[in-house]
Design a binder for this molecule. Structure first.
Ligand code: PAF
Length: 283
């Protein structure tokens, strides 16, 4: 596996399958890399802790940076190359001006739908959309893969690429692929932030996956939301949202006549956890 740090080296890998990451790789990333490798295209894993998607007081400084282990995992999962872009490559005018530019970007509606991530992390998806667009512009991948674990992020990126086709057409042939959430044997969704959890907090964190389990077959969205809230509270989690939304636009719904998604964000001390699952009943 090659380790790429310059744009000149990257240009040789045009049309690859890109796996954008912020490092601190775990088996969830491993499964994305294996899916990318299975497409038959060269697999490029980008590793960049993007400052513009972290708000003031969030964990940018303490975000785990584990490059050596990341390179080992990416290689073992079949990556052709790891691309470690510099801040200058991604943000030639500097991070401060990138932050300001991100806030000017037109975002798909799904980024700002009420009551979800935008309420808790204002500006977060502007930073994500900005860095992902920049990674696409520089790497020119044929496909890119994102995990369902960050479901709203996945929908933002899918919508961004769909609307690009009818607008600027910057990435005309780019396909966005979805990777299923990978869970620990006890149900906890794998996340780079799980390593912040203490041993005592670990059983409490299971409240998220348990909430999804108890709610996923509820007959009505309102019942599912109530069941999720009760389960999260009984695990001592501070709820940011526990919502049932339509699976595409993530708008509130009153019934299950269309595919729906259960979405949760909750806090355990200073650790923020998210999880989601499809609602399995719709008619
Ligand atoms: O999901 C992530 O790790 C990040 O949000 C992404 C997509 C790599 C952009 O920085």
């Amino acid at each position: 596996m090659r380790c790429i740090t310059t744009l000149a080296e990257l240009s040789a890998l045009e049309s690859a399958c890109l796996v954008p990451t912020m490092g601190a790789l775990h088996e969830g990333h491993g499964s994305l890399i294996r899916l990318a490798a299975a497409t038959g295209a060269p697999t490029v894993v980008s590793i960049f802790v993007n400052p513009t998607q972290f708000g003031p007081g969030e964990d940018f400084d303490r975000y785990p940076r584990t490059l050596e282990a990341d390179l080992d995992l990416a290689s073992a999962c079949g990556a052709t190359a790891c691309w470690i872009p510099s801040v200058e490559d991604l943000y030639p005018r500097g991070v401060d001006s990138a932050r300001a530019e991100a806030l000017e970007m037109a975002l798909p509606q799904v980024a700002t739908c009420p009551g979800l991530e935008d309420r808790c992390r204002p500006g977060h998806f502007a930073g994500v959309a900005q860095v992902v667009a920049r990674l696409f512009d520089l790497a020119r991948p044929g496909s890119a893969i994102f995990g369902e674990k960050d479901y709203q992020q996945l929908r933002v990126i899918e919508s961004m690429v769909e609307s690009d086709r009818s607008g600027e057409n910057r990435w005309p042939n780019l396909r966005i692929l979805r990777g299923p959430t990978v869970r620990e044997p006890d149900g906890l969704a794998m996340s780079s932030r799980n390593r912040y959890l203490s041993e005592a907090e670990r059983p409490q964190a299971l409240g998220l996956s348990k909430a999804l389990q108890v709610a996923h077959a509820a007959q009505r969205p309102a019942t599912a939301e109530q069941l999720m809230r009760e389960t999260l509270e009984s695990h001592g989690l501070a709820i940011e949202y526990a919502a049932v939304r339509d699976a595409d636009g993530l708008q509130p719904i009153e019934d299950f006549r269309r595919p729906a998604r259960l979405l949760i964000a909750a806090r355990l001390g200073s650790v923020r956890l998210i999880d989601n699952a499809p609602a399995t009943i719709w008619r």
